[in-house]
Design a protein around this ligand. Structure first.
Ligand code: ZN
Length: 677
């Protein structure tokens, strides 16, 4: 008996009409001369057969198989159209009756996935299927991503768009890629709105990329990765992007950069920023530029908790007039055309008393992007100098600007205004930072990548973990960080000026004219050993920051004496001129910066004849110096000559460059006496 094989079915005995059994089932059951004994889990009909003949069970075998899953009564009915009477025991099961419903409506909307290395466009589809009521999201989604359907539901409810009690499936494709992030909220909501309203949009949503997080009242919030989405949309030839108003600024800068450079040869995508979902839907259904009016089916503006009623002040006019505001059209960028003024862009050297040697070192580091190690007592201005170095750097080049924005956008929701203006970034990670925090992961950039185009400052260098410093060595040389996790691999750009700082001893006062060092010789030795290693051997400039011996009061007076001419501007102009000279000369060698000058072109780049080159090198660089040290010394000397406006390398440039080398700096400190370099 079938009933015996189904737990819980025994003892149930009801008539066909008790359980609302459809008529075609009744004929089927009657044919088998069975007795209906009940309904199991709403849908499972069980019969107890009078004669127990096995061949009589065939139709029920199919019946049981068809309804044993979690299917609704409604969905289980159609496969069981009335069988031909009497059915042969071996007759094949009747084919499912064709559905008389309209085709399941599907709506398609684009979004992006935040993966800086390889941003791919995602398609979001939604449609009704048969089954229990509810909304299901499929497509390898993370929890953050799945929560988006509830935010989308709430945002739509706030606009009086109600989701019916039917089975709704939201599918994110391609299905094999892990989807993470809240940028899918808006495309899910737009897709649902298109499905539920049934209206024909004035714009084609599949030609636009939507990316924003939704609040429960429909407000649009910024998301990470917008710059990558822009690049992906441009590569795919999409018409534009729809984002939260807060993300519009970076798209504005990007559009300007692409218009002037146009790396892909096609017009850049347009950008539309909106404060709320209601405004997005109005734009979709009303078309661009209308901005005023109601969608005839759904009154977005007058619904109780209108998504248009954003909390920002710019929408107040719209609330008063009862109509949503027009989308924020992309305008020509004002930021990029502003002249460079160091005072408007944060800290600069004007509040610092720079000794000429320190100022020259800073300018060489800035002009050639040479790495710099500052050693000295506490309070000598090592950290101040590092924090101010970006103020004399020229603006980022177009490609570096886009790359830096792209990296930053993967880490933060809103880009810093200085970066939007093209200023180089400054990053100063703590010495307890892990290797992942510094190098990054495939999902998130590290400090090294975030400093791309700018300054990475490592204060208290000996306190950093040795393995972390070792891991930094290769990326600092190549300008790229390769990170891998499980099957994902990614390369972050990381062309930075490394500035490191340390004291001369654990207590900090070794070599100070004011205080005595209290360090035991063992600790001193350990400290200096931590400072040796492959990373420091590759630092271009070693500088011992002297402690000022001038009276404090006089320093303050000299600080305010030269207000007319900013020393920051003077230094920035010299650095910019040196960069231009280096770039125009190095172009034929395939590099931009002097620090990247290839060995084969080094002699030519110095502007010297082979004879005078040999003479200068032999005069100013000791014969014991390694090949790598000589090359580094000559590259630094080339930058120094560029700063002085000289096309050929001079003897004093090479002499100064040698004084900045590790061995010379150690000799100046007296470290060479103990053999510790
Ligand atoms: Zn000490």
């Amino acid at each position: 008996m079938i009933g015996a094989a189904l737990p819980g079915a025994e003892g149930l005995s009801k008539s066909f009409s008790d359980v609302g059994c459809p008529s075609q089932w009744t004929s089927c059951l009657q044919h088998t001369r069975g007795e209906l004994i009940g309904v199991y889990r709403r849908v499972m009909v069980v019969a107890s057969l009078a004669d127990g003949e096995a061949h009589e069970l065939e139709p029920f075998g199919e019946l049981s198989a068809g309804i044993s899953g979690e299917r609704s009564l409604e969905s289980s009915m159609e496969p069981f159209a009335a069988p031909a009477a009497p059915p042969a025991p071996t007759a094949p099961p009747a084919p499912p009756a064709p559905s008389n419903r309209a085709p399941v409506p599907i709506t398609l909307v684009n979004s992006g996935i935040a993966d800086v290395g390889e941003t791919r466009l995602m398609q979001i589809e939604c449609g009704f299927v048969r089954g229990f009521a509810g909304m299901q999201m499929i497509g390898n989604t993370s929890e953050v991503c799945r929560d988006g359907k509830e935010r989308a539901r709430a945002a739509l409810e706030s606009l009086a768009i109600h989701i019916p009690a039917r089975r709704l499936v939201v599918s994110l494709t391609p299905a094999d890629i892990k989807k993470d992030g809240s940028q899918f909220d808006l495309p899910i909501a737009v897709s649902l709105a298109l499905l539920l309203t049934g209206q024909t949009p004035r714009i084609n949503p599949s030609r636009w990329l939507f990316a924003a997080e939704l609040g429960l009242c429909g407000e649009l919030r910024p998301v990470r990765g917008i710059v990558s989405f822009f690049v992906a949309a441009m590569a795919a030839g999409l018409e534009g992007l729809v984002v939260a108003s807060e993300n519009l600024a970076e798209l504005q800068v990007l559009t300007d950069l692409c218009r002037s450079g146009l790396p892909h040869g096609s017009p850049p995508p347009r950008a539309q920023g909106f404060p709320a979902l209601g405004a997005v839907l109005q734009w979709i259904f009303e078309g661009q530029g209308t901005g005023i009016g109601m969608i005839h089916k759904f009154d977005f503006a007058s619904s109780g908790r209108s998504g248009i009623a954003s909390s920002n002040t710019s929408s107040k006019t719209s609330q008063r007039s009862g109509t949503p505001e027009s989308p924020l059209e992309l305008r020509e960028s004002r930021i990029a055309t502003e002249p460079f003024t160091p005072f408007a862009l944060g800290v600069n050297f004007d509040d610092m008393i720079l000794q000429p040697a320190l100022a020259l070192t800073a300018m060489v580091a800035a002009a050639g992007m040479h790495s710099l190690l500052l050693r000295g007592c506490p309070g000598t201005g090592k950290s101040m100098l590092a924090a101010r170095l970006t103020s004399i750097l020229p603006n980022l080049s177009r490609s570096d600007h886009i790359e830096a924005m792209r990296i930053y956008s993967a880490a933060v929701q809103r880009l810093p205004s200085a970066l939007l203006a093209g200023r180089p970034p400054y990053r100063a990670p703590h010495h307890l930072a892990s290797a992942t925090a510094l190098l990054g992961s495939p999902e998130s950039p590290g400090e090294l990548a975030l400093a791309h185009g700018g300054v990475l400052f490592l204060d208290e260098l000996p306190e950093f973990r040795r393995d972390v410093l070792e891991a930094l060595r290769e990326p600092l040389e190549s300008g790229e960080v390769n990170v891998a996790r499980s099957r994902r691999k990614l390369t972050w750009r990381s062309r930075v000026i490394l500035i490191a700082a340390c004291n001369n001893c654990p207590c900090g006062w070794a070599g100070s004219p004011h205080r005595d060092c209290i360090c035991a010789s063992g600790r001193l030795l350990g400290y200096r050993q931590r400072l040796s290693g492959p990373l420091l051997e590759r630092v271009d400039l070693h500088f011992n920051v002297p402690e000022s011996v001038a009276p404090i009061a006089e320093l303050f007076i000299s600080l305010g004496a030269d207000k007319e001419d900013s020393q920051t501007l003077r230094m920035a102009r010299k650095v910019a001129a040196a960069r231009v000279a280096a770039e125009s000369r190095n172009e034929k060698y395939g590099v931009v910066l002097n620090r990247d000058l290839p060995a084969v072109h080094l002699v030519e780049a110095t502007g010297l004849t082979p004879k005078s080159f040999i003479e200068i090198v032999n005069t100013y660089i000791p014969k014991s110096a390694s090949r790598r040290v000589v090359m580094r010394c000559l590259r630094v000397a080339r930058t120094l000559a560029d700063l002085e406006g000289s096309t050929t390398l001079r003897g004093e440039d090479v002499a100064q460059a040698w004084r900045w080398q590790s061995a010379s700096a150690a000799a100046e400190r007296g470290d060479d006496l103990s053999g510790l370099r």
